[in-house]
Design a binder for this molecule. Structure first.
Ligand SMILES: [Zn+2]
Ligand SMILES: [Zn+2]
Length: 154
């Protein structure tokens, strides 16, 4: 059995769990898939590695990279991950830059015409104006928002 993850921490836990449950022949990719790609080129990795921060879709294969996901609107190959500009939909999917322009950041015609649709911000993700995680700033946003909150209180 072979486990791998983005940074080599989650699969460390998963491997330990599998061994504890009695599995033998458990292997893991030390350092994670990103490090593997940087060091080995990632030749046999198709597609992009999805990560839960502002990098979103990260390249692993620098030798013969291949996009395998398709644009939700036009079906052409695209790994451009965005959130639909309609906050009531907010679907997270691949939409190519051309379609994003045409659809004004929305995933469908009904979302494009939705009364609450956010203005398309050229990025395709919309950070909250409240305390908490911001995909734009990553985990740095926690500290920053706390400082802002402190200032407001004082
Ligand atoms: Zn498209
Ligand atoms: Zn939508």
């Amino acid at each position: 059995m072979f486990t791998y993850c983005t940074g080599g921490i989650k699969c460390e836990k998963a491997s330990a769990y599998l061994l504890e449950k009695g599995f033998t022949n458990v292997y893991q990719l030390h350092g994670g898939i990103i490090k593997y790609g940087l060091e080995e080129g990632g030749e046999d990795f198709d597609g992009s590695c999805y990560v839960f921060d502002n990098r979103v879709a990260t390249l692993v294969n620098s030798i013969n990279p291949e996009v395998i996901s398709k644009c939700h609107v036009c079906d052409s190959l695209s790994n451009h991950m965005v959130n639909c500009a309609n906050p009531e939909c907010n679907e997270h999917l691949a939409i190519c830059p051309t379609c994003l322009q045409e659809m004004d950041g929305a995933c469908s015609q009904s979302c494009k015409e939705h009364p609450r649709k956010r203005p398309y911000n050229e990025k395709g993700y919309y950070s909250k104006q409240s305390v908490g995680y911001s995909p734009e700033l990553g985990f740095k946003s926690f500290g920053r928002n706390l400082k802002i909150e402190k200032r407001k209180i004082n």
